[in-house]
Design a protein around this ligand. Structure first.
Ligand code: GDP
Ligand code: IMO
Ligand code: MG
Length: 437
């Protein structure tokens, strides 16, 4: 195993959030820090997330289980705000066990978490097909339909329902009938049968029963016992249902919903680490002011292996957007930045960073959280000198090329948040810890 990384000071309870459109490298940061924590907690999203962790020559891809599961003394929690697809979860658990990672004693699942059912995944796909050119570009994991049913209440199924046969059969009989009206009437799709679904999901409930508990009570007890909590955000601020580039967002408050998603009050979190790529990427539809749909974007995609962990889709790539980044750090109260994939930017002569938007002839540094307004934004760039040296073997800030340090300083100065970690490769040891100033 590679050595674990320790920050020089204690972080207190810590939240890790993605500051762009996802895939910033949250999995790597969670894995690095988990050694210092007793609990790793997922609190939003579902298997739309794909968090990769590289340990030595092994690669792990997590969709539901917190990346902290790799550390045996840490308890991993799927809290109430997560939407859980039992098929995906059981598959992930089996895969971990086959890789020698124990899950039986250190995984807990909220009885209040909502369940992603087969009709949610089908509804996601049918809805996207029907939208055609207006599609959102979802991951087709049933996330939107499941959260819609949660908000609608009458058709929702929670983990607790999976454990109770009578509740599950009553609910499924009614809900599947309703969904079949929708599938037939709106999409012309064949009906689903509730009985086989009941049998299958009752079985999943029994398999997951040993892990299911009242997770907010568990976390409050942990805090009473002075245990340390690490919260693993999924998705990212610019995909936040309220504060992202609506409607091209996901269906949870991925920048702001930690308290609702766990039952842990915001004041219990001392440190918020914002994870950000040294450039920008986005999967799916929606505005992306600094996108480079050209040779520059292609070069970033190739150098950064920018293909989705969840869907394998090529990610759209572009220059770093400081306007969006400043907005994101403010929305979720970031206390420190983790700048990821800096190594990908080696070999560029000039690196552009976006420092303003021109919208209707006016220059602004305020990010408009609305896709239609953002679509009008013309980026205003500052050009910074690039560097040609590879960063793969750099281990201290002092060893970075001068232009790479200037690039980092420009980011910290613009967003007025200190940089705590710089990552120059996927491996644990390819990480630079920054002194606290
Ligand atoms: P997440 O969803 O935020 O956890 O990010 P993903 O795992 O979806 O995507 C990040 C990708 O970048 C993964 O394949 C990581 O192994 C990789 N990665 C993380 N940090 C670095 C880095 O500093 N340099 C390079 N080249 N790759 C990195
Ligand atoms: P991680 O945690 C990148 C994007 C999808 C789509 C939009 C809505 O790996 O950073 P959804 O299936 O959630 O309804 O899709 O949100 N999206 C992500 N993009 N990384 C993610 O998670 C994402 N989670 C959702 O691509 O554009
Ligand atoms: Mg990802």
């Amino acid at each position: 195993m590679e050595p674990e990384l320790a920050l020089p000071d204690s972080l207190g309870n810590t939240s890790i959030v993605g500051l762009q459109w996802g895939d910033e490298g949250k999995g790597k940061i969670v894995d690095l820090l988990t050694a210092q924590f007793d609990f790793a907690i997922r609190w939003n999203g579902g298997s739309n997330a794909g968090h990769s962790v590289k340990v030595g020559d092994k690669k792990y891809a997590f969709h539901l289980i917190p990346s902290g599961i790799l550390h045996p003394r840490c308890t991993s929690v799927l809290a109430n705000g997560v939407v859980i697809d039992p098929v995906q979860l059981l598959q992930e658990m089996d895969q971990l066990v086959s890789q020698g990672i124990a899950v039986e004693n250190n995984l807990r699942i909220s009885s209040q978490a909502h369940v992603v059912m087969p009709y949610h995944k089908l509804q996601d796909q049918l809805s996207e097909q029907r939208l055609g050119d207006n599609k959102l570009g979802t991951t087709a994991r049933g996330i939107g339909p499941c959260y819609s049913d949660k908000a609608g209440r009458s058709m929702a199924i929670r983990m607790a329902d999976l454990l109770d046969e009578t509740r599950l059969s009553d609910k499924l009989q009614r809900v599947v009938a309703e969904k079949n009206h929708l599938f037939k009437g709106l999409y012309g799709a064949p009906p689903l049968e509730w009985v086989p679904m009941f049998e299958q999901y009752r079985g999943y409930g029994q398999l997951l029963k040993p892990y299911v508990c009242h997770t907010s009570a568990l976390l409050h007890q942990a805090m009473d016992d002075n245990k340390r909590l690490l919260f693993e955000g999924a998705n990212a601020v610019l995909l936040d249902l309220d504060h992202g580039t609506f409607p091209f967002v996901t269906s949870s408050n991925c920048g702001t919903g930690l308290s609702a998603g766990t039952g842990v009050p915001a004041r219990a979190v001392q440190t918020v680490l914002g994870v950000v790529k040294a450039y920008c990427s986005r999967v799916g539809s929606g505005p992306f002011p600094t996108e480079q749909d050209n040779a520059v974007g292609e070069r970033i995609r190739t150098r950064g292996h920018e293909f989705g962990t969840t869907t394998g889709r090529p990610r759209r790539c572009g220059y770093l957007d400081l306007v969006a980044l400043r907005y994101a750090t403010r929305i979720c109260g970031v206390t420190g930045l983790c700048i990821m994939l800096l190594d990908v930017l080696s070999t560029f002569d000039i690196l552009r960073v976006c420092t303003g938007y021109k919208i209707n002839g006016q220059i602004t540094n305020e990010f408009p959280p609305d896709a239609y307004e953002l679509q009008q934004a013309q980026p205003v760039y500052q050009d910074l000198p690039g560097w040609h040296e590879t960063l793969d073997d750099v281990r201290t800030l002092a060893d970075l090329p001068g232009n790479a340090r200037t690039y980092l300083d420009t980011i910290a100065a613009y967003v007025q948040v200190p940089i705590r970690i710089v990552s120059v490769g996927p491996a644990r040891h390819q990480t630079l810890i920054c002194p606290v100033r």
